[in-house]
Design a protein around this ligand. Structure first.
Ligand code: ZN
Length: 351
């Protein structure tokens, strides 16, 4: 019997920089996949990066199949799994922003096939994490899948994505300021396992992002590099922790609740950023500095900027704790009623 087993699955190759997509063939072969690969992408990401990746891999002599997916629900996953079963590729390569990477990651994981992540945006930390967020399940939060074997992040491609994605990714990194606080709180109050290494890695990423946020407006390429490295470090922090704990606390619960109550939710990172402002106030940390940094990078800081009604913010705040009752956060200490939630949102300028 193995007691206290703690398994960490980490990426083996991480390549960030200009024109790194050119390396996809060499990287794939270096990892030992020289026969076949299945590329999962969306119609847009096929044009942005997928077709080029296929050409490079074919030129390296691999047999390449590809699939186009548009969402990440159970049907899409089964579709990709069936193809993996049929084609038996050595590796699955996900090319895209959030959903394409997620579909590739979880389908490959279910079929015991390695997975390579090729992000075309830097909008959240799923590009490097072992988790996926699924739509259409009773649980709105992320599930464990597998860490990518490699991450190939081409800043030349990501720099051309909408600034909204970048601002959202930045907000997702900054949100670790409160998620780590929540984790520590859970450790102190209910004696939950707390991995200091994983916690500090997530926290360091958030602090580095806060300190360098201005670069995203003055030297976009350098800023983007820091953002991508921060997102990857957050993914690694989750790999080390073996769960989303270091990177997902009360601010993420608020975002998951918004996904349920708002008719048209905003982006994941955008919602988490706004959640971080409010949860930081509950934690008594410098929420104004968080708000100002989000503003600086062009991320939303109010209900209006999220495109949501004030009522949705209040309802999501009240319901956030019940999204995942097993995850102890500040919301278990400071139970929010419609009245106190409204006050919190008002004092932080969210509504
Ligand atoms: Zn997140």
């Amino acid at each position: 019997m193995v007691a206290n087993l703690h398994r960490m699955q980490l990426p083996r190759e991480v390549v960030v920089g200009n024109n790194t997509l050119d390396q996809i063939g060499a990287i794939t072969k270096r990892l030992g996949f020289s026969n076949s690969a299945l590329i999962v992408m969306g119609p847009k990401t096929m044009e942005i990066a997928g077709r080029k990746a296929m050409d490079i891999l074919k030129a390296e002599g691999l047999k390449i199949d590809h699939l186009i997916v548009t969402s990440c629900n159970i049907k899409d996953i089964v579709f990709v799994e069936d193809k993996i079963e049929e084609l038996k590729p050595q590796v699955v390569i996900g090319v895209g922003g959030g959903t394409k990477i997620d579909v590739a990651k979880i389908s490959a994981s279910h079929k015991d096939t390695p997975f390579i992540s090729v992000p075309t945006t830097a909008s959240h930390d799923g590009i490097a994490s072992p988790l996926v967020s699924l739509k259409g399940l009773d649980k709105p939060y992320s599930l464990m899948a597998q860490a990518p074997m490699a991450i190939v992040a081409d800043t030349n491609i990501i720099i051309n994505s909408s600034p909204r994605f970048t601002a959202s990714g930045c907000a997702d990194v900054i949100s670790k300021l409160t998620s780590v606080k929540d984790w520590k709180l859970a450790h102190e109050v209910i004696d939950e396992y707390y991995g200091e290494y994983a916690a500090n890695l997530a926290l360091m990423s958030a602090r580095l992002m806060m300190r360098n946020a201005r670069l995203l407006t003055t030297d976009k390429e350098q800023g983007l590099r820091i953002l991508i490295e921060a997102l990857i470090s957050c993914g690694v922090a989750m790999s080390i922790a073996g769960s989303s704990r270091p990177c997902s606390g009360s601010e993420h619960l608020f975002s998951h609740a918004l996904d349920q109550v708002a008719p048209k939710p905003a982006m994941h990172g955008e919602q988490c950023g706004v959640g971080t402002i409010m949860m930081a106030r509950l934690h008594n940390i410098n929420w104004k500095q968080i708000r100002d940094t989000l503003k600086l990078v062009g991320a939303p800081t109010t209900a209006q900027e999220l495109g949501l009604e004030k009522e949705h913010i209040v309802e999501a705040l009240v319901r956030a704790q019940e999204i995942r009752p097993d995850r102890y956060t500040i919301l278990d200490e400071r139970t929010l009623t419609p009245e106190t939630a409204k006050t919190l949102a008002k004092t932080t300028g969210v509504i």
